[in-house]
Design a protein around this ligand. Structure first.
Ligand code: BG6
Length: 512
């Protein structure tokens, strides 16, 4: 959190300065489903300044009115648990305008510059602009350069306090090398401190709560190390398939789509050292340090420590569902991983020797994201007879990210009655029932952070490099393999090789 954030520790009580948000890809799915509902919701909460404007940019020709109408429909549809207020929409929509432009045409940036001048005068945005690139990743660098050529990367003369920031969505590159190229092209136009790489997992309330849980309490941190932790399991299971995103997904795959970014960021949040302060760089330094401590696999270690899977036809509930290769837009011979599981080791004093297992996949039995920290068992199996043969019942702390956000601690307890019967029980904290208030969506949190200039929850270039470095040997090795796909049926918990990977360590995956 920024220095201002320190005076205002309730980050969500922040109020945005005047600004214009320019959305490239304004006709796309992300704008409709996430960005516009989040901006509207921020307006609803009174977080936005009166001098606020949104400029949509995309290729489709459209009037301001048409754009507003489309956005109105999307906001109504995707607002989820919040009410839609017609009156508020009318005043919010006055700040929405649209510019048709092809990112490949240099003139389009000049047109945008003129439009922004007019918007600044009319809406009093004080020259502050947040550019949000929600386009094909292959267009990021080109757009940044286009903005630079029209002088839109810095404040106009006479408004020296005005800021210009750029937000880009993942994927940040396709591998370590392309990520480096993208970074240098972006940094040739925008300063690193003005480049906001969004990772929506870091904006999730429950992921942010990991920091509160670890560093706001005294009793857990002393146990948070190799002496007490046996292993950690991070699961991000999705029950859906690729849902019309086949073309993108078949190029990406689960390792790139989820592990390289979201789940390594989650791992870093779980495993990082406490930051010396809560400023954005101090927190990000610690995350980056942790990512750099991940052991880099040698090619001959990949087969034992990473498993790729792809779903074939199966069932989702009572419905028959097609396999990945039968999905729309997918090559029937695609060798894409729709499931990936990796054992990471962290080479530092705190975590040496503790495996961190990460798995993610599409078409699994349910949607659940959680982190399970399994502690070492008691040194003596004193109740062996009472635990139905199990040596001891391990304590597990489960940080549930979604869908039921909360924290549970599993421990052994005596069953009531005579004799000594031991059974695992759970102590539960549930967000909904404890707070009884709505959590802001990740996009609300992150958009507000970008507008207020707080980059704590955004990834920095060194973090992107470190996480690509950690997955690159796996990508390289997999590129040389001919997998026998599909190797798991839709609606099951992934390939058998994944269970095998944990068995070699004497562990097994939880069934959340
Ligand atoms: C996106 C991935 O970044 O995250 C998707 O591209 C995935 O494939 C999504 O479905 C998961 O996000 P969430 O918030 O639904 O867990």
């Amino acid at each position: 959190m920024s220095i201002e954030g320190l005076e205002d520790p309730l980050r969500f009580s922040k109020k945005a300065p005047p600004c214009a948000v320019v959305i490239y890809g304004a006709n796309g799915d992300l704008t409709k489903r996430k960005l516009m509902p989040a901006l509207y919701r921020l307006a609803f909460e009174g977080r936005l300044a009166p001098g606020f404007a949104v400029v949509g940019v995309s290729r489709t020709a459209m009037s301001n009115e048409e754009f507003r109408e489309r956005m109105r429909e999307s906001v109504k549809k995707f607002l989820e648990d919040s009410p839609f207020d017609e009156q508020l929409w009318v005043s919010f929509a006055q700040g929405l305008t649209y510019v048709a432009g092809d990112v490949g045409e240099p003139e389009s940036y000049g047109v945008l510059a003129k439009h922004l001048e007019a918007v600044a005068a009319e809406r009093q945005t004080e020259g502050n602009v947040l550019f949000y690139l929600s386009t094909q990743p292959s267009q990021y660098a080109q757009i940044a350069e286009g903005l630079g050529s029209a002088g839109l990367n810095h404040a106009p003369a006479g408004t020296s306090d005005a800021w210009r920031r750029i937000v880009i969505e993942k994927p940040f590159g396709h591998d370590l090398v392309s990520a480096g190229v993208l970074n240098s092209r972006l940094q040739a136009v925008f300063k690193e401190r003005d480049i906001y790489r969004i990772d929506h997992y870091l904006g999730k309330e429950t992921v942010q709560n990991i920091m509160a849980f670890r560093f706001g309490n005294g009793i857990f941190e002393p146990l948070w190390n190799r002496t007490y932790v046996d292993h950690v399991q991070i699961t991000a299971a999705e029950s859906i398939g690729v849902e019309g995103r086949g073309a993108y997904y078949q190029e990406a795959g689960a390792l790139r789509d989820m592990i390289q970014n979201h789940l390594l960021q989650v791992l870093a949040t779980v495993a990082m050292e406490p930051a010396s302060s809560f400023t954005s760089d101090a927190v990000r330094d610690e995350r980056a340090k942790l990512l750099r401590a991940i052991r880099i696999m040698r090619p001959d270690q990949v087969a034992d420590n990473a498993v790729a899977g792809q779903y074939g036809p199966g069932r989702a509930g009572s419905e028959q569902v097609p396999g990945f290769r039968q999905e729309k837009g997918v090559d029937p011979r695609a060798s894409t991983d729709t499931y990936a599981a990796v054992t990471f080791l962290v080479d530092n004093w705190r975590w040496s020797g503790v495996p961190f297992y990460i798995r993610t996949g599409k078409a699994l039995p349910k949607r659940v994201t959680e982190i399970a920290i399994q502690f070492r068992t008691a040194p003596l199996a004193m109740f062996r007879k009472a635990t139905a043969g199990a040596e001891t019942i391990p304590n597990v702390l489960i940080l549930r990210i979604q869908p039921e956000e909360g924290i549970s601690l599993r421990f052994a307890s005596k069953r009531p009655g005579s004799g000594m019967q031991i059974r695992p029980v759970s102590m539960d904290f549930n967000y909904g029932s404890s707070f009884g208030e709505r959590s802001p969506s990740a996009y609300e949190t992150l958009l507000l952070d970008a507008i207020t200039g707080d980059a704590t929850l955004y990834t920095r270039q060194d973090m992107v490099d470190a996480s690509w470095t950690a997955v690159q040997p796996i990508l390289d090795y997999w590129a040389t393999q001919k997998f026998d796909f599909p190797n798991y049926a839709a609606g099951t918990w992934g390939p058998a090789a994944s269970d095998e990977m944990l068995r070699r360590w004497g562990h097994e995956w939880r069934r959340p």
